[in-house]
Design a protein around this ligand. Structure first.
Ligand code: PBG
Length: 324
């Protein structure tokens, strides 16, 4: 006797009854790029619908997000000037610090996640400081990430998200946050971050491409799986509260692995290149945007993540509202 699987698919109601995974607006973290300057709302050429905002144009955007029900954002900054050690990342008047204060003052319920890295602020475009041969120095870089995290927490950030992939970044940041009295601020670690070509459009958006070399000495080799367990395990030991896997779409297997191995909330980072591909195809009329984006984000939930950092968040929030 064959099995009648189609019984549970026969109509919309039955499919809804047995659906295993759902998208909720609370699942989404929306990335925002903030820049120095005035009256700027500039679209990123490779990322339709994503903008760089100056502070005076930011409130309108955050108000729209709130209205759509989006509860969390992750901030990236574009400073006016860069230097070798990325001073703009940890100044009290740095762009992220100013943006964070402004957002928390006007929208106290919005969860502000600060990306803690140097690459947008260093003249080298690297995520840490370099020696004269252009090598990115691990231990020397940690103090700058530490300073950045504390200054972001002081400005009011709700979550610190270190993304440099330096060894020991979680431990170092946890220590300095605790010393500064921020023991209640969680760390969302970019625990498993691959050296991916899918970050291309982000580097346009945040002006953070390496000026020489690449990030392969600190970000992971896309060929590796077991290394992801080691990376995640050390971050858990060092005190991470959330684990990010990045990118998401080509790494669904890794999301599942990390989900199975660890009990922390897992965050998938649906990166810029993944967004740009779909947007471009949809603009050409080659794909149905709502259908493919929904399918793609569901695949990440099915792989086991709890949260998704995605540039699609606003669109999805609108679609979810329409369905209510
Ligand atoms: C900074 C950082 C990057 C992204 C997020 N944080 C760039 C990089 O590592 O090169 C990429 C995000 C995206 O592509 O959407 N370290």
């Amino acid at each position: 006797m064959f099995k009648r699987h189609r019984r549970l698919r026969k109509n919309k109601q039955m499919r809804a009854l047995v659906r295993e995974n759902h998208l909720h607006v609370e699942d989404f973290i929306y990335p925002i790029f903030v820049t120095e300057g005035e009256n700027i709302k500039k679209e990123v050429p490779s990322m339709t619908g994503v903008y760089n905002f100056s502070l005076d144009c930011l409130n309108e955007e955050i108000a729209e997000l709130e209205q759509l029900g989006i509860v969390s954002i992750i901030l990236f900054g574009i400073p006016a000037e860069k230097d070798v050690c990325g001073t703009g990342a940890f100044e009290d008047n740095g762009i992220i610090q100013k943006a964070t204060r402004q957002i928390k003052r006007n929208f106290p319920n919005m969860i502000v996640i600060a990306d803690t890295c140097l690459c947008e602020y260093t003249s080298t475009g690297h995520c840490g400081v370099c020696d004269e041969h252009g090598r990115v120095l691990n231990d020397e870089s940690l103090q700058y990430h530490a300073k950045t995290a504390v200054s972001q927490a002081k400005a009011g950030a709700d979550i610190i998200a270190p993304s440099s992939m330096m060894d020991g970044f979680v431990e170092t940041i946890r220590e300095v946050l605790d010393e500064a009295g921020f023991e209640e601020i969680p760390i969302m670690s970019y625990a498993v971050k691959y050296a991916s070509a899918f970050y291309g459009p982000f580097r346009d958006a945040a002006d953070g491409a390496p000026q020489f070399g690449d990030r392969k000495s600190y970000q992971m080799d896309p060929a590796n799986r077991l290394e992801a367990f080691r990376e995640a395990a050390s971050d858990v030991e060092e005190g991470a509260d959330f684990l990010i896997v990045k990118p998401a779409l080509s790494y669904l297997d890794i999301i599942r692995d990390v989900r199975n191995e660890f009990d922390l909330p897992i965050v998938a980072y649906n990166v810029s290149g993944e967004y740009a591909m779909i947007k471009a195809a949809c603009q050409n009329g080659w794909l149905d945007e709502k259908a493919v984006v929904t399918e793609k984000l569901l695949s990440m939930k099915r792989a086991g993540c709890d949260l998704i950092i995605t540039y699609h968040a606003k669109d999805v929030a609108k679609w979810l509202k329409e369905e209510q």
